[in-house]
Design a binder for this molecule. Structure first.
Ligand SMILES: Nc1ncnc2c1ncn2[C@@H]1O[C@H](COP(=O)(O)OP(=O)(O)OP(=O)(O)O)[C@@H](O)[C@H]1O
Length: 593
């Protein structure tokens, strides 16, 4: 079976950078606008000291300032301010678009992987919500980081023009600064990834505890659960501190480098002034350019955001690396709904299983707890894929079928169905297409859900949030949903386990009268249910131990033992015989094939 677990992280993040590139493309023109604004800002920052130097040198000794020399300064300041405003606006839009695309991609992939995903829901939610938001910053942080370097490059160029000695003094130090930056990116990415991972662990545990809130309350273990959920907090704190240490370290080293470079520049430029090589304005410009060339503060901020974005992208890429089932392109040929399992090995429990479920029959699957009944049901409609072997519907291997066709032809009802939609009616309508309301109500009647739904405050229009349901009511809603969308195969995985026998019989009659021509694969725990099937498949030891009618199989003590030590048949099964009977019931078939 394809593993639904997240692959162990491998540094560097597999696919993380590729994902960031795709997100950048999705941010569209906003990235270009951010880059253009940052470019204008960088150009203004680079030219400003030069303009300032010219303005200073234009002041006649002892005279009033020469006004026109300051205009270029004012214009450059205005350009820088406008560029910053534009950059802020474009950043917000670009980040929002990239984040939305990442979330779409993740959610679509997660639901495509479906039930095969074996990752705590809270952790996954953290990756989609927080991680994607971190990663979505990349399309604007990257151009800002790159253009943030331009003032440094420009400053060096202008410095070389004003005084090559000072430029050389600074250029010598640049490789060390580049190395510092590289180490910083690596450290901050690793640190942010660890931080997000611990956060995900806490979210995962919290979601798990909320799902099991009733069990925790009943067990009286709330305090212990609080401790368990928050146990990784010290780790979170440690990772947070580590991140601040990395940032603090780089900031301190950066500041030191900046100071040393400025001191060196002032020294060299001061000597130049003394030697008459530089004017006072050029001295001011030189000091400012030295600051620009070595001042990688703004770049640092963007690099920090990029590091965190890579960490978020890495966690997103890990989810995207979980393989999703690939669907085919064909529709199944017309047929009665014949299912065939060929040499199926799956889930570590089913081994080399061969089975044919004839079309149009009611087939019960029985076996001890853990024998793989639900797994077989999942394989029947590709809710799980086998590790080896194949499953075919009317001769077509399931992976060759279009997803829509597969979902339309093979429907499911579960023991604990989840209801989706705004209202009770929506919950029944939940499926590939929405049938007309009359049909939905008809399905609810067949599933014996109509009565209690109509008693809800607003009947079928009652919001699900205002319609708390018992286990049996939930099951009937799940059955109604399956009936409303019934294709050629109906899989009922323990879908009537919470119903009383009378209701179960009523449903079974409706099922036979309305869906008697469909294949019904019924996971059964009750002897009565098996007795009413056309055929019983007895799972044992990972394979089909026997296949036949309930009456035939009942002669085997091993089969009887499946239904418990007291092999008394259930009332419905016992009708008129000391052997289990075959009165009409939940899965009794119509035609065969
Ligand atoms: N969709 C699945 N994917 C992978 N493994 C599964 C899947 N469903 C069940 N299994 C594994 O197969 C084994 C059998 O579980 P399954 O739920 O099929 O048993 P069962 O016969 O239905 O049991 P019960 O009668 O207690 O419900 C379990 O160990 C489980 O881990």
């Amino acid at each position: 079976m394809t593993s639904g677990t997240i692959p162990a992280p491998r540094p560097p993040a597999p696919g993380a950078d590729r994902l960031l590139l795709r997100a950048t493309r999705r941010a569209g023109g906003w990235t270009a606008l951010v880059a253009a604004a940052a470019l204008a800002d960088a150009a203004a920052a680079t030219l400003l000291p030069l303009a300032l130097a010219r303005a200073i040198d234009a002041v006649p000794p002892g005279g009033p300032p020469a006004g026109q020399a300051f205009w270029p300064c004012a214009a450059l300041v205005a350009v820088a301010a406008a560029a910053e405003v534009l950059s802020e606006l474009a950043s917000g839009s670009g980040t929002a678009r990239a984040t939305a695309w990442l979330r779409h991609t993740l959610v679509r992939h997660l639901l495509a992987v479906g039930p095969a995903l074996r990752v705590p829901p809270g952790d996954v939610a953290g990756r989609v919500v927080g991680g994607a938001a971190e990663a979505g910053v990349a399309p604007v942080a990257a151009p800002e980081a790159v253009t943030g370097l331009l003032p440094a490059v420009g400053a060096l160029a202008v410095l070389a023009f004003i005084d090559w000695r000072t430029a050389l003094a600074i250029a010598v130090a640049l490789p060390a600064i580049a190395l510092l930056m590289r180490v910083f990116v690596r450290d901050i990415t690793a640190s942010a990834h660890r931080y997000l991972t611990v956060q995900g662990t806490i979210a995962g545990r919290l979601a798990e505890a909320l799902t099991g809130a009733r069990t925790i309350a009943a067990a009286g273990t709330a305090e212990r659960e609080v401790a368990r959920i928050l146990a990784p907090l010290p780790g979170l704190r440690a990772e947070g501190e580590a991140m601040w240490r990395v940032q603090g370290g780089i900031a301190a080293r950066g500041l030191l480098a900046l100071l040393l470079l400025q001191v060196a520049a002032i020294g060299v430029a001061g000597a130049g002034l003394a030697a008459g090589r530089l004017t006072p304005g050029e001295l001011v410009a030189t000091v400012q350019y030295a600051g620009l060339a070595a001042g990688f503060g703004p770049v640092l901020t963007q690099v920090l955001r990029l590091g965190r974005a890579r960490a978020g992208a890495r966690r997103a890429a890990e989810v995207l690396a979980v393989p999703a089932p690939v669907h085919g392109t064909v529709d199944p040929p017309p047929g009665p709904g014949r299912l065939e399992f060929r040499g199926v090995t799956a889930g570590g429990v089913l081994a080399d299983l061969d089975l044919v479920v004839p079309g149009g029959l009611a087939v019960a699957v029985v076996g001890r707890s853990g024998s793989g009944k639900s797994l077989l049901a999942a394989l029947a409609g590709r809710l799980a894929d086998p590790d080896r072997g194949e499953v075919l519907l009317d001769g077509t291997p399931l992976p060759r079928l279009r997803r829509e066709a597969l979902r339309r032809e093979i429907g499911y009802a579960f023991a604990r169905p989840a209801l989706f939609g705004a209202t009770a009616l929506d919950a029944i309508a939940f499926g590939p297409d929405r049938p007309p309301e009359s049909w939905l109500r008809e399905a609810a009647r067949a599933a014996r859900a109509d009565g209690f739904v109509r008693r809800l405050p607003r009947g079928y229009a009652t919001p699900l949030a205002d319609a708390p349901m018992s286990g049996g009511e939930l099951q009937r809603m799940g059955l109604a949903r399956a009936f409303a969308h019934a294709g050629r195969v109906l899989v009922l995985d323990d879908a009537t386990s919470s119903l009383d026998t009378v209701t179960e019989l009523e449903i079974s009659e409706a099922l036979v009268s309305r869906f008697g021509d469909r294949t019904r694969l019924v996971i059964a725990h009750r002897a009565g249910t098996a007795a009413r099937a056309d055929l019983v498949v007895w799972l044992d030891g990972g394979t089909v131990r026997a296949c036949g009618t309930h009456r035939e199989l009942w002669r085997d003590p091993g089969y009887r033992a499946v239904f418990g030590p007291a092999t008394t048949p259930e009332p419905a099964a016992a009708d008129g015989a000391d052997e289990p009977g075959s009165s009409g019931g939940i899965v009794r078939g119509g035609g065969g094939s």
